[in-house]
Every structure is written in structure tokens, then in C-alpha cells.
Design a binder for this molecule. Structure first.
Ligand SMILES: Cc1cc2nc3c(=O)[nH]c(=O)nc-3n(C[C@H](O)[C@H](O)[C@H](O)COP(=O)(O)O)c2cc1C
Length: 209
């Protein structure tokens, strides 16, 4: 698939068939994820991959209220044979930027214009979504409900707080043939054309070609 087509075709898929996912695709997605850019090449990320039914079920039991009587969203998502939980590792950035070529030896958090650790893990997550799209399968990035974070962390073998910090989760599977086109918010809202959000020269100028 052409790169532009991968970008255009990618959408969040929230309902899957039970067809297994080729483990080679999962490995490729992870390989691509680690090609993401990272501040100072810190690479402060880690990915918990759930690709066995018991592991996937444990994730859903920890992250959701009622897996026995799932609503439509949960029923569709729970069928995904693979869930990847990308996590950020803040300490890797504080350590990296305290090295001689960066020199922020005080490890002060006020120096950081953005939480680069979360930003970089999100870029890696997008590469996973795009790799799955390129292979003709579907994926959905979604948030972990704050009330459930500790349960999810325990289910994944992560510490109760701090690093590694799950930034969300990604389901991967074969899209259900019943789910065609945009669903969720994307079915109710219009995609804003780029010319409405780009500003040439200065903010507020809009786009004049
Ligand atoms: C940070 C983030 C959190 C999201 N959380 C959820 C979520 O909890 N549940 C869900 O169904 N979709 C979630 N989405 C998917 C968005 O709803 C979706 O990306 C958006 O509606 C645009 O649709 P598209 O990605 O299919 O183009 C999330 C997306 C992002 C980037």
C-alpha cells in the first residue's frame, strides 16, 4: 500500500472477527514502533503485548466493569486477539538528559516543555496503528480509565504507580465485516480539512496559497 493510502485508510476499528493475528505482524508493528523518534534518542518506552486469550481476558477483566455482559463497544473490542499496551518511561528521559552531552544534571522537571516521554510513546503507538493498517487489519488506540489504572497495572505485572506508565492500549485484529466506515466520534463529527487548521506565517493568518 502507498504510504498516503495507509494514512488515509487508518481509522479506529472497534469490532473484530475471531480470526487470529499473524504473530509476524505483531513483531513488525513493534519493530516499526521502535523506529519512532524520541527526544535525545532516549527511547523511554516499553510495550506489554497480550496475544494469548488468557492474557487478553485478564486485561479486559481489569480494565472494564462487566466483561460478562459487555456493551457493544466492549463486545467488539474484546474479540481482538491482540492488545498492546504502550508505556512511557519518564526516568529514561531524566537519566538521558543528565548525561554530559545534554547536561541537565539536576533532573529538574521544569526544564521539560512537554512530557516528551508520553509524546514519544504516542508516536510509537501511531506507528503500530499504521503498520496494522498497511497489513489490511484494524486497530484501535483507547484510553485506560483512571479508576482502573491500578487494576490494569497489576494485571500486566507493572508497578502500581510511576514507570512504566501505560499511555493507553491498542487492540489489533481483523475488522468485523459488519463494521464498515467510520464509527464512534468519527461518524458524528466532520474531519476538519487541513486548510482550516493551518496558518501560514503566523497564527490567525489561515492558509492562503
Ligand atoms: C488519545 C486518544 C484516546 C482515545 N480514546 C478512545 C477511547 O477511549 N475509546 C474509543 O473508542 N476511541 C478512542 N480514541 C479514538 C478516537 O475516537 C478516534 O481516533 C477519533 O474519533 C478519530 O477517528 P479515526 O481515528 O477513526 O479517524 C482515542 C484516540 C486517541 C488519539
Amino acid at each position: 500500500m502507498e504510504f498516503s493510502e495507509v494514512v488515509r485508510r487508518r481509522r479506529m476499528v472497534r469490532s473484530y472477527t475471531e480470526e487470529p493475528v499473524d504473530p509476524a505482524l505483531v513483531e513488525k508493528a513493534l519493530e516499526h514502533a521502535t523506529r519512532a523518534p524520541s527526544a535525545g534518542f532516549s527511547q523511554g518506552w516499553t510495550f506489554v503485548v497480550l496475544d494469548r486469550p488468557d492474557d487478553v481476558r485478564r486485561f479486559w477483566a481489569a480494565s472494564s466493569d462487566d466483561i460478562e455482559e459487555p456493551d457493544r463497544w466492549l463486545a467488539g473490542m474484546m474479540r481482538a486477539p491482540v492488545v498492546i499496551v504502550p508505556c512511557s518511561i519518564k526516568a529514561a528521559y531524566l537519566d538521558r538528559y543528565a548525561e554530559p552531552d545534554k547536561g541537565w544534571t539536576d533532573r529538574a522537571e521544569r526544564r521539560w516543555p512537554m512530557p516528551f516521554w508520553d509524546l514519544d510513546a504516542a508516536m510509537a503507538a501511531l506507528l503500530i496503528l499504521q503498520t496494522v493498517t498497511d497489513a489490511g487489519l484494524g486497530a484501535c488506540f483507547f484510553g485506560i480509565v483512571p479508576d482502573r489504572e491500578v487494576d490494569v497495572r497489576r494485571a500486566l505485572g507493572l508497578p502500581d504507580a510511576g514507570d512504566p506508565q501505560p499511555i493507553g492500549a491498542i487492540t489489533i485484529g481483523h475488522p468485523s465485516p459488519r463494521e464498515t466506515g467510520a464509527v464512534g466520534s468519527a461518524s458524528r463529527r466532520r474531519r476538519t480539512p487541513w486548510k482550516e487548521v493551518a496558518h501560514r506565517g503566523r497564527y490567525g493568518a489561515g492558509w492562503v496559497s
